[in-house]
Structures are given as C-alpha cells and as structure tokens.
Write a protein that binds this ligand. Structure first.
Ligand SMILES: Cc1cc2nc3c(=O)[nH]c(=O)nc-3n(C[C@H](O)[C@H](O)[C@H](O)COP(=O)(O)OP(=O)(O)OC[C@H]3O[C@@H](n4cnc5c(N)ncnc54)[C@H](O)[C@@H]3O)c2cc1C
Length: 390
C-alpha cells in the first residue's frame, strides 16, 4: 500500500496543535497586537510542548521530525487565528541551516534554545536594491587578516522580528566575490542583536501583526571567525537549504490564514438570514466558499509534497514543489480572505468580526519571501524551459 498523505502521528500532532491554538485563538492575538506586545505566552507554550522545534534533531532538543511536521504546527495555529510568523524564520530557516551546516559548537549554542523557544533568530536576505533579485545582494564580508575576524557592511530591509531575536542570520557575500557583477555566492553569518555597528529601524507597516519589520544597517560589524555558518565557498546550496523550508512554511502560514477566514465566513453564512433562507443557501455565496476550500486543499497537497521531498533530502525536487506550493497557497489565501470578507457584507469590515485586517495580511504570502511573479518566472524558465526576459 502506498504511504498515506498524512500518518496517524501527523493527525495527532495536527489535533494537539489545533487544541493549543483554540485555547488562544484570534482574540488573544488581536489583544497582544493592540497592546503592542508579542505573543510570548503562546510562543512559550508551543516551545514547552515541543512544537517549535519539532523539525530539529533530537540530540539538540528538537523533535526529530522535519518541515512536514513544522508546517502542520504553523498551519494549525493559523487556522485557529493565531499564527506565529517567527516559526517561518527561527526554527525553519535558521534552525535548519544550523542543523545541516553549523559546527558542533553552533548547534549546541543555538538549537536547544530555538527548539524550546527561549532563543530566537531572525533572517536577513532582502536589501533595498536587491529585493526579488538576490544575486544583487551587496552586504559584504571581509576578513581581517590579523585577527581572522569577519567585518560585515551593508543594509537590509523588511527583516521580521529583529526586536525579539537574539541574533539575525545575515546573508552576505565575501569581498572577493562582491566585485563580480554575476551570480551570488552567499555566505551566512550569525550577527548578535547587540553587535557594535549593527543598527535597526522599525518600518511603519500597514499590517496588524505582532511581528514587526526592520531596516538594518551593518557598519563594519566585527564578528569572530565562528560567526560564519557553513562554508564561505559553498554557494547557493546552503542558502536554499533555508529558503525552501521558508517557502513551505509561508505556504503553511497562508493555508492556515485562509482556513481561518473561510471558517468564519461559513459560520456566518450558515446563520445570517435576510430573505427566507440563510445566505449560505445562495449559490453565489456558497460556490465561491466551496472553491476557496478546494483551492486551499490543493495548495496543502502541494505543500505536503514539497515538505516530503525536502525531508527526504531531495533539495532540487523540493525547490520546484516549494515554489509551486507557496504560489498556490498565497493565491488561495488571498481569494479565501477576499471571499470571507465579502460573505459578511458590512460586518466583513468591522473590527468585531476581525476579518478586514486579514486583507492586508493575506497579501504578505503573495509578496514574500518570493513574489508571485518570480515564481511564475521560475516555473517558466526552470520547468517549462522558456527563455528569460531579464
Ligand atoms: C511582512 C513582510 C515580512 C518580510 N520578512 C522578511 C524577512 O524576515 N527577511 C527577509 O530577508 N525579507 C523579508 N521580507 C522581504 C520580502 O522577501 C521581499 O519583500 C520580497 O522578496 C520582494 O522584494 P521587494 O519588496 O524588494 O520587491 P521588488 O523586488 O521591488 O518587486 C516589486 C514587484 O516587481 C515584481 N518583479 C520584480 N522583478 C520581476 C521580474 N523579473 N519579472 C516580473 N516581475 C518582477 C515583483 O513580483 C513585485 O511584484 C518581508 C516582506 C514582508 C512584506
């Protein structure tokens, strides 16, 4: 018999995380955002229960699972209305990269804390002049020949959660590759939050979320030799070891949010009666909701495929599937939220029902970490073999 889409363990994890999510719910998140706080209680509980580090190796305090399990955690918290964006960054990108390429000391120093939630790491690749085009990253790492230290200089934008992170995993290029106009040979550095020369400025986003975005400046930030994660010459492989989980997790974030919005709309459409029957009996209301459900389910299937390929060590196969999953989930989320708001009529725009703010939030999955257009470009070129326009 072929492997089931989801094992009994996965279903049990889904149910357990859903129960935690329901205990907190949308109201909790809305209150923390209004109070300008972070969802620390939920983050700590999820860490204590082993959910934050479910993908990390057991010998470093993790659950020994993979991105398959971590995506279940994020999707279910999102479906309950209280997603934790930093799951995309701290355990999924940073935790994975350190677990795969870090030194023994780096693993011991970071993974147990990332797994139980007592330490958090943000991730910075986006730059003002290198958004969709990571090959233009100009943050440069140069080696001090006397001490062996690294000196990092550059700027980053839209970096999430820097205020609550103990460090940021920064994508840079080494000095000898920075002159070449061609392809990026990235290297990754752990930059502690309080490093000298490292400054942050919050960006005023029109997003109702606990996690803030920051512009970062690195002005000759001096780092010890062991701040480098992995090999300075390894190239894109190490970076994509973190970027593929990021895409899969963004899909989980989007599917969770879409499910949350859809469930609110369905609940409302079952009861709200302005003619003889509840509005959910009108096919103009029911069919778009059914379509939204189908789109979310299809996106989840692609996300599960991407996660399974990634966890099986197929980085190339996972790359294509992770892009497609992120695309499908982002689109499904935007449509589900739009239809949910519409289903509630005027109530769709009230604070009481809490759906309108999701219109902006849903767009994040279409833009980040790689935009809809760049995924279409990727599939056009890599999958279909069409020529490039840029
Ligand atoms: C809420 C939020 C959180 C984020 N968190 C992080 C984080 O933690 N760490 C991090 O590093 N980054 C983060 N980002 C940044 C995010 O990854 C970038 O916004 C994204 O990669 C797009 O880059 P850009 O904003 O510079 O857009 P641009 O690259 O300027 O693109 C603008 C538009 O042009 C289109 N476009 C560009 N090139 C092409 C092309 N060749 N063909 C067709 N269309 C094209 C794009 O699709 C897009 O619609 C975050 C962003 C947001 C909104």
């Amino acid at each position: 018999m072929s492997a089931p889409v989801e094992t009994e363990e996965h279903k049990a994890l889904r149910a357990a995380v859903a129960a935690l999510g329901t205990r907190y719910g949308r109201g909790y998140l809305t209150r923390t955002v209004a109070e300008g706080r972070h969802p620390t209680e939920l983050w700590s509980d999820a860490g204590r229960l082993g959910y934050l580090g479910v993908n990390l190796p057991q010998e470093y305090g993790g659950g020994g699972g993979g991105i398959t399990e971590l995506s279940i955690v994020l999707e279910e918290l999102g479906a309950a209305g209280c997603p934790l964006l930093m799951l995309v960054v701290s355990p999924a990108i940073c935790g994975t990269v350190i677990a795969r390429f870090g030194t023994e000391e780096q693993k011991r120093a970071w993974l147990p804390g990332i797994a139980d939630g007592t330490r958090t790491m943000a991730f910075g690749i986006t730059e003002p002049d290198a958004g969709s085009n990571s090959h233009r990253v100009t943050t440069t790492a140069r080696r001090d020949p006397d001490s062996g230290d690294w000196l990092l200089t550059g700027r980053k934008v839209f970096i999430s959660g820097v205020d609550i992170a103990d460090a940021v995993l920064i994508v840079a290029r080494t000095e000898d590759t920075s002159q070449t106009s061609g392809r990026l040979k990235p290297c990754l550095f752990i930059v502690p939050r309080d490093a000298e020369g490292f400054a942050r400025r919050p960006i005023d986003m029109e997003l109702s979320a606990a996690e803030k975005q920051f512009e970062l400046t690195l002005d000759d930030v001096r780092l010890p030799a062991d701040a480098l994660v992995g090999d300075a010459d390894a190239g894109l492989l190490q970076l994509f070891a973190g970027l593929n989980p990021e895409r899969i997790m963004t899909a989980a974030f989007a599917i969770g949010m879409g499910r949350h919005a859809l469930s609110k709309a369905v609940e409302y459409a079952r009861d709200r009666t302005v003619w003889k029957t509840p509005i959910g009996a009108h096919q103009a209301i029911a069919h778009p909701l059914a379509q939204a459900h189908i789109d979310l389910e299809l996106a989840r299937l692609m996300m599960q495929k991407a996660a399974r390929l990634y966890d099986a060590g197929d980085d190339i196969g996972a790359g294509e599937a992770a892009n497609m999953a992120k695309y499908a989930a982002g689109e499904a989320c935007v449509k589900a939220v739009d239809q949910a708001v519409h289903t509630l009529g005027g109530n769709g725009l009230t604070r009481e029902f809490g759906l309108a703010s999701l219109i902006t939030a849903a767009r994040v999955a279409r833009i980040a970490p790689v935009s809809r257009e760049m995924i279409l470009n990727y599939v056009s070129h890599q999958t279909l073999g069409l020529p490039k326009s840029y």
